[in-house]
Every structure is written in structure tokens, then in C-alpha cells.
Design a protein around this ligand. Structure first.
Ligand code: ATP
Length: 199
């Protein structure tokens, strides 16, 4: 599995549709200060489901939409598509190529797609969770974050490893199932009380 291409439209400084192709191996993005290199990384985090505006270096989520320049009016929506090569079947889906799209409108409406079909954010998170590109986004280490990863507490570091190994998904499912069991137990207790009252 490798990232194949990224298309940005109306995302941060990328007003016009811009596509980047990535070959297998290491890709370097070079350019002068303020030219948009970090915005490319933000776009990858965003399309993979990042929900925190701060993690995207903004104050609110709307800040990812092209805000306009002296020569160009602001846009009404941001859109990013990430295409992943899935020839090795690393993603549990029957496609050799998987495109994930995220769209945000100034109204606050969001849209997500997998290979052009509308889906929920949860579907994207589930699809990616075994690949190591999970919800917590530990695969993206921003400028100046390396120290905090290296100096993290052992339990946090365990979280990174569990996510990369695909364990986190099962832990979250287990937590969800346990919550359902608790709710069911409460219902059962209530039912037992009611039955006793009716006798
Ligand atoms: P450096 O090398 O200094 O880290 P960089 O190449 O990583 O810089 P970025 O931080 O990716 O640069 O891009 C910053 C530019 O993106 C700034 O010029 C900023 O005005 C522009 N920008 C950010 N958000 C938006 C937006 N919503 N609309 C228009 N431009 C934006």
C-alpha cells in the first residue's frame, strides 16, 4: 500500500485544482517558506478524517477553505481526494485503488466518499484502522513534534504501537460492546424489578 496521489481544490492556499503524484519510496516536497508545503501535509491529515482545527493549524474548521487573496475571491468549499494504491490488499476493500474524498462547505456541511460513493466518516476510519493510518493520526509527525513523540509516556507510546499494529480498532469495538452489555444489564435489572412488582 502506498499513497498514489493527492488532489486539492479550494483547500487552504490551493485555490485551483492541484494534483500531486507520489511514487513508491520517499517523497520530498520542497519550496520557499510559506509556499504551502505544510498545507499538503494538512490536506492528507484532513482527508483521512482529522477533526481538530488546531491540528490543522487553524482556529476553526472553516479555515481550511481558501480564504481569498488580493487577486482572487474566497471559495465556498474545500475538497481533497487521496488515492491509495491497494494492490497488496492492505485495505479491506475489493479495489486495487482506493480514493477517499472529503469536502467541506462554508455552511458547515461535510461530505465523505470512498471511490466516489458517499459514506460516513466512520466508514473511512474503519477502512483505514488496520492500515496503521488510524483516527489518532500518529503517522503524521508535524514540525517540532518529533521530540514529544520520543519523550512520550510509555502508555502513550504503547498507543502509537497499538494503532500501527491495528489493535486499537478492536479495543474500541470491545469498549463499545461492553457499553452495550452494561445498558442491556440495566434493562434486564429493570425488567426483573417490573416482573416482581406485577407478581
Ligand atoms: P514553511 O516552510 O515556513 O513551514 P510552508 O511551505 O510549510 O512554510 P504553509 O504553512 O503550508 O507553508 O502555507 C502557509 C501559507 O498558506 C500562508 O501564505 C497562508 O496565508 C496560506 N493559507 C493558509 N490557509 C489559507 C486559506 N484558508 N486560504 C488561503 N491561504 C491560506
Amino acid at each position: 500500500m502506498h499513497l498514489k496521489s493527492l488532489t486539492l481544490r479550494g483547500f487552504k492556499s490551493f485555490a485551483s485544482s492541484t494534483s500531486l503524484r507520489f511514487e513508491p519510496g520517499i517523497t520530498c516536497v520542497v519550496g520557499p517558506n510559506g509556499s504551502g508545503k505544510s498545507n499538503v501535509v494538512d490536506a492528507i491529515a484532513w482527508v483521512l478524517g482529522e477533526q481538530g482545527a488546531k491540528a490543522l493549524r487553524g482556529g476553526k474548521m472553516e479555515d481550511v477553505i481558501f480564504a481569498g487573496t488580493s487577486g482572487r475571491a474566497p471559495l465556498g468549499r474545500a475538497e481533497v481526494t487521496l488515492t491509495i494504491d491497494n494492490h497488496d490488499g492492505a485495505l479491506p476493500i475489493e479495489y486495487a485503488e482506493v480514493s477517499i474524498t472529503r469536502r467541506l462547505f462554508r455552511t458547515g456541511d461535510s461530505e465523505y466518499e470512498i471511490n466516489g460513493d458517499s459514506c460516513r466518516l466512520l466508514d473511512i476510519q474503519e477502512l483505514l484502522s488496520d492500515s496503521g493510518i488510524g483516527r489518532e493520526m500518529h503517522v503524521i509527525v508535524g514540525q517540532g513534534q518529533l521530540d514529544s513523540v520520543l519523550q512520550s509516556r510509555p502508555e502513550d507510546r504503547r498507543g502509537f504501537i497499538e494503532e500501527a499494529a491495528g489493535v486499537l480498532k478492536h479495543r474500541k469495538r470491545k469498549e463499545k460492546a461492553l457499553r452495550k452489555l452494561d445498558a442491556m444489564q440495566a434493562n434486564l435489572t429493570r425488567l426483573t424489578d417490573l416482573t416482581a412488582e406485577l407478581r
